[in-house]
Design a protein around this ligand. Structure first.
Ligand code: HEC
Ligand code: HEC
Length: 405
């Protein structure tokens, strides 16, 4: 049984090689990969990632007393649906654009407003914590600690995952508790261990920042900022944060030198002897489904009172029975959503398109090491993470069959 921490991709593959961890129910069998095959798989996984993501914080506008009763009754709704015209930055990408949800059509102005909101700490109760505090682009849209910080005075109970490529998941959070990016984000701004902000107070704050009032009016045609519009805007921004054009994408499009010989051997092992493709398939290399691999629990989860407070709070607010509450020692993932016994310990298969940013690995990021960022992998992958460039890695299925079962 694997008992060590999962700081590196090699350690993750060794966990699979041993047939998963204790209590795994995913029916993993030992793989009998040799050391050099493990290294080839690591090289291959590195070729699907790109190194740095950089999104500069915008200059945030100041509060001021904004007069009410502006003459905006006839304000136009400039919320244009996606067209090739207003999305020139999406053209000429090898990979086709991600369809925006029908009720949140994409516009650049909406994404730009969302970007401002993403960086703005005033959308937390005490004005201290923005989305970017916990999903920093200095570390790939995540925080690389096993368990994230919470809002002031609290800890979170899970890792702060990367927000890159989130548009490719059907449901959000590692237990699939949220049905859309918008509803996930509402929880992030208002939730007790994150922003803790009352939505009505949030609207009043935005209404005292004239730049926001104008932007909301431009984008949504309403005379004052509305909470749901803010959610649409910040979700629209996240739908622009995708990793495309990785070495593997280029390889699949015919650039044979885009990945190394060793990575090509890993590419063959992935659907072959290693059978990773059973769960890591589709555009983002995730089946968007849930499996229990028996990943060991992060020890600090049980030993830190402040983390236990959050854990107990989450159990209560998720309505678990009293006896489960009293005896729970692990995060049971999907079980909290479905309440089915067989779903205990199942977590969503993560995308493999951001591995350079998601260390330490697995749902509880089983280590406090930053070793990957120290240069283990991905650093030399010369690829562009996109900021405001959309496009699903759909080319993977178009240009190569490996990600489809
Ligand atoms: C206090 C830290 C914190 C703040 C603030 C925060 N997040 Fe998160 N975020 C997390 C953690 C931790 C998770 C993992 C939750 C889980 O899996 O249950 C998460 C999960 C997510 C996810 C789901 C990712 C996935 O792959 O399913 C998205 C999207 C997201 N956050 C966006 C945001 C946005 C947008 C904001 C601001 C509106 C925000 N977060 C504010 C810590 C934070
Ligand atoms: C039975 C389905 C399944 C198979 C087969 C599978 N995985 Fe996974 N993979 C998952 C799930 C589920 C997780 C998340 C588990 C958790 O957090 O507890 C995961 C997590 C990972 C992670 C960590 C990603 C991160 O950002 O934390 C990597 C890397 C990975 N898998 C690579 C592989 C490789 C390489 C193979 C083949 C040797 C493989 N997987 C086979 C389902 C699977």
């Amino acid at each position: 049984m694997h008992s060590g921490s999962l700081q590196t991709l090699e350690e993750v593959i060794r966990l699979y090689n041993e047939g998963g961890g204790h209590n795994q129910t995913a029916d993993l069998q030992p793989l009998h990969l040799t050391d050099s095959e493990i290294k080839q798989l690591v090289t291959f996984l590195q070729s699907i990632c790109s190194p740095e993501v950089d999104s500069e914080a915008p200059d945030l506008p100041n509060y001021e007393v904004v007069a009410l009763g502006k003459e905006s009754a006839e304000a136009e709704n400039n919320d244009q649906p996606v067209t090739d015209k207003n999305n020139s930055f999406r053209e000429s990408r090898a990979l086709s654009p991600l369809p925006a949800p029908f009720d949140t059509p994409f516009t650049e102005a909406k994404a730009e407003l969302g970007k401002h909101l993403f960086f703005d700490p005033r959308l937390s109760a005490d004005g201290s914590t923005s989305c970017h505090s916990c999903h920093s682009f200095r570390t790939g849209g995540s925080i690389q600690t096993p368990i994230s910080m919470g809002g002031p005075g609290t800890s979170h109970w899970r890792n702060s995952q990367t927000i890159l490529n989130v548009a490719y998941y059907g449901k959000l959070n590692e237990d699939g508790a949220k049905n859309s990016i918008e509803s996930q984000n509402s929880g992030a701004w208002t939730g007790a261990v994150a922003g803790n902000l009352d939505p009505t107070l949030g609207e009043e704050r935005l209404a005292q920042i004239s730049d926001y009032v104008e932007r909301f009016e431009d984008v949504f045609g309403a005379d004052l900022p509305r909470w749901n519009d803010a959610l649409q805007a910040v979700a629209t921004y996240q739908r622009t944060l995708n990793s495309i054009d990785t070495p593997l994408d280029r390889y699949l499009q015919g650039e044979t030198s885009a990945i190394s010989e060793s990575a090509i051997r890993g590419f063959e092992l992935f659907p072959g002897k290693a059978n990773c493709i059973a769960c890591h398939h589709g555009p983002a290399a995730s089946d968007d489904s849930y499996h229990a691999l028996g990943v060991p629990q992060y020890p600090d989860f049980l030993n830190s009172p402040i983390k236990q407070i959050t854990f107990r709070y989450e159990l209560t607010s998720k309505g678990v029975p009293r006896d489960v509450y009293k005896n729970a020692t692990t995060d049971d993932g999907l079980h909290y959503v479905t309440k089915r016994i067989e779903d205990r310990g199942k977590f969503r298969t993560p995308s493999l398109r951001a591995l350079v940013h998601t260390t330490p690995y697995m749902h509880n990021r089983n280590s406090d090491s930053h070793s990957l960022r120290a240069g283990r992998t991905g650093r030399d992958a010369e690829t562009a993470w996109t900021k405001l460039e959309l496009g699903p890695p759909e080319g993977l299925t178009v240009h190569g069959k490996w990600l489809t079962l």
